[in-house]
Design a protein around this ligand. Structure first.
Ligand code: SAM
Length: 431
């Protein structure tokens, strides 16, 4: 069990306050040169030393990680797997929730640490990827996936000789593809639709989804810049076969490293402000203020998955960049209000003695710094959570030179130590 951090004096509790223009730090006249801010300088350390040193190490995690399924499918703003792993080494709690699970980085690390994991996200691409990354395949399911991959490629290869029409939702987006690439993706799509077994089909959709941006004329998941490509005929079908082999290999490794008896993660698609169940630990990286429009970024994938209806959930997205377009103050105020709401929702599902650990970073909008630490600390205080340990590191934003910080903020729900048994929610159906 972690030792408690020094308590704040009663009465000195932070009050929830509405965002004010003054809480946005203005850019120093003109731009600051990036060299002026030391890279990765650790600041704002609070809490037991062994915990804060783990928080700083987590914030400094860098480099490619290949373990288990962590490299399957891209997802924007993913947490570094080493960061999740390091945090889990100092944060107790069997029942682990990530209310903004994205591609499931924390869930995979949680499973490897023997935790029972639940993931939630508003974005169907997130739940699809997180689900694929966290399957524990028995020998029969493994064989079924291998056979289905081969069958799908065979059927798709035969289909490419016919004149195919892209799926209806993709039709307005066909100019994002070279014609033969569109044909191969369509053939794979039509072949996957014929696969009967739901879990295998979902894995095939995840494999397909991992190709639809890579082989498009879009620069990347996070950039809609058009690029030129000269994809050779048959490359998409070959890549699909390769993905199948890779995914089976990655899932085999996951199976080997996850302690026996650890269940596969349970996934739910929904708003993090509406949660149920009981958890001992919530570890998450929520949307940073003004950084990404997660649903619109996935427009191509949502179209291929037949899930364009999810774009209707944009109003539920927290802190999207578009909210800051006309006014940074207004966007920031909305992000703060949403932060208060989801923190309260998580506090309600934490068992007494349970912890909430948040990895969040400052944003930048209209050349101004959108500070994330203060409002997150305020939101936790408003939800009656006690600060347990914190650390931040400073890094200059290369574009503006502003000293942006990333934070890990850990809070504890007062009460008895978290029990390790009890009710956790049943997941809702995922796409
Ligand atoms: C920083 S990303 C999480 C990345 C994740 N930790 C990973 O490693 O892939 C934030 C996530 O919050 C999700 N999100 C935004 N608003 C949400 C809401 N109201 N409820 C649930 N998820 C939301 C986005 O879809 C996005 O996947």
């Amino acid at each position: 069990m972690l030792p408690p951090m020094k308590r704040r004096r009663p009465g000195s509790k932070r009050r929830l306050k509405p965002a004010q223009a003054s809480s946005l730090t203005p850019s120093p006249q003109g731009k600051r040169r990036s060299g002026q801010v030391p890279a990765g300088k650790a600041v704002k350390l609070m809490g037991p030393r062994e915990v804060t040193s783990a928080l700083v190490e987590a914030l400094r995690a860098r480099g490619e990680i290949e373990r288990a399924t962590q490299r399957f499918h891209t997802y924007p703003a993913r947490l570094h797997p080493d960061a999740a792993q390091r945090l889990l080494q100092v944060l107790p709690g069997l029942r682990l929730l990530d209310p903004f699970c994205g591609g499931g980085t924390i869930l995979v690390e949680g499973m490897m640490a023997g935790r029972h994991t639940w993931g939630n996200d508003l974005n169907p691409v997130a739940t699809l990827v997180a689900r694929a990354r966290t399957r524990l395949l028995g020998p029969g399911e493994r064989r079924a996936l291998q056979a289905a991959t081969q069958r799908t490629v065979k059927t798709a290869t035969a289909l490419t000789s016919q004149k195919l029409q892209a799926p209806e939702p993709v039709l307005p987006l066909t100019d994002w593809y070279e014609p033969h690439v569109l044909g191969e993706l369509t053939a794979l799509h039509d072949a996957i639709e014929t696969v009967q077994e739901a879990e295998t089909r979902r894995l095939l959709w995840a494999m397909h989804s991992s190709l639809v941006v890579k082989y498009s004329l879009r620069a990347s998941d996070t950039s809609a810049r058009r690029v030129k490509r000269k994809t050779k005929k048959g490359a998409v079908l070959e890549a699909f076969t390769a993905r199948g082999v890779e995914l089976v290999g990655m899932l085999d490794e996951l199976m080997r490293v996850v302690p026996e008896g650890t269940p596969a993660a349970k996934l739910r698609r929904g708003d993090a402000r509406d949660l149920s169940g009981t958890f001992d630990l919530a570890l998450t990286s929520p949307p940073y203020p003004g950084t990404y429009d997660y649903l619109p970024l996935q427009h191509l994938r949502l179209a291929w998955l037949g899930h364009l209806d999810a774009l209707g959930d944009q109003k539920q997205e927290i802190g999207p960049r578009r909210d800051f377009k006309s006014s940074a103050e207004e966007g920031y105020r909305r992000w703060q209000t949403s932060t208060e709401a989801w923190t309260m929702a998580v506090a309600k599902v934490l068992a007494p003695g349970g912890h909430l650990a948040i990895v969040v970073g400052d944003g930048i909008s209209h050349g101004r710094l959108l500070e994330a630490r203060g409002p997150t600390m305020d939101a936790a205080a408003g939800a009656a959570l006690t600060p347990f340990a914190t650390a931040s590191i400073e890094r200059a934003d290369p574009a503006t030179g502003l000293a942006k910080r990333e934070h890990v903020l850990v809070f504890r729900r007062p009460g008895e130590d978290a029990a390790s048994e009890g009710d956790a929610p049943e997941p809702e159906a995922t796409p």
